[in-house]
Design a protein around this ligand. Sequence first.
Ligand code: PMP
Length: 285
Amino acid sequence: RTVYVNGQYLPEEEATVSIFDRGFLMADGVYEVTSVLGGKLIDFAGHAARLERSLKELDMEKPEAFDDLLEIHRELVARNGIEEGMVYLQVTRGNPGDRDFAFPDPATTKPTLVLFTQNKPGLADNPQAQKGIKVISIEDIRWGRRDIKTVQLLYPSMGKMMAKKAGCDDAWLVEDGFVTEGTSNNTYIVKDGKIITRNLSHDILHGITRAAVLRFAKEAQMVVEERPFTIEEAQGADEAFFTSASAFVMPVVEIDGNPVKEGKVGPVASRLREIYLDESRKAGV
Ligand code: PMP
């Protein structure tokens, strides 16, 4: 696989980052994951805009190559022959040459930019989307700025492991009695034809897929209500699902061992997945 590090395309074995890089020592970095369908990037502009916002919120410099990111994404997709999969991008505050809590001077320490591709044939035809997936709920003990897409992913990883141990696929995070989001996705329920999803705030990541799906839902005359909901409400809903750049729209059929309705994939999630995939393929760059 060819990867990209700070201006260079290299075989993955030859790509290196310093042990003093603040991404490695302090999780001082942000990332984006853009999906690829039919060799085209899905919602690239949305991911680039969110990256810029994450950097700004953390007072991190834009990498020099910021304006070339689309070209770099395309080059990696082409070099690695990706038809379906993802492009992962990470920016960290770079390598100050030592370990110190204070941010280094941006005049001397440049951000580190890393990109690589993940080949995932069959991403769109994921059989899990036909079956639906099972989730558990766990307490959300992450920090208070989940709207910034940082590489601090230890608790979400632990959540995934707790889910696996319970024989499930993912965990929904709960704070003050309400679902915030999934470990790596935004969460939704459907009740009496209405789509309910948590409103945007510092409590959740502002999903690029969420924005697209809500736009498509409204265009299809579906009613959308943006507000928090509880696990009990989700268990009593007609449908549940989640969205992310890598899972698109994914139905959830069981929460904490209780089936959602009859425990089958519902029509709203199926339809939204279909619309999302169709529209995204058309708009890919
Ligand atoms: N919430 C969290 C915590 C996530 O990690 C992700 C995906 N990385 C999402 C939501 C979904 O965001 P997007 O649709 O932009 O992939």
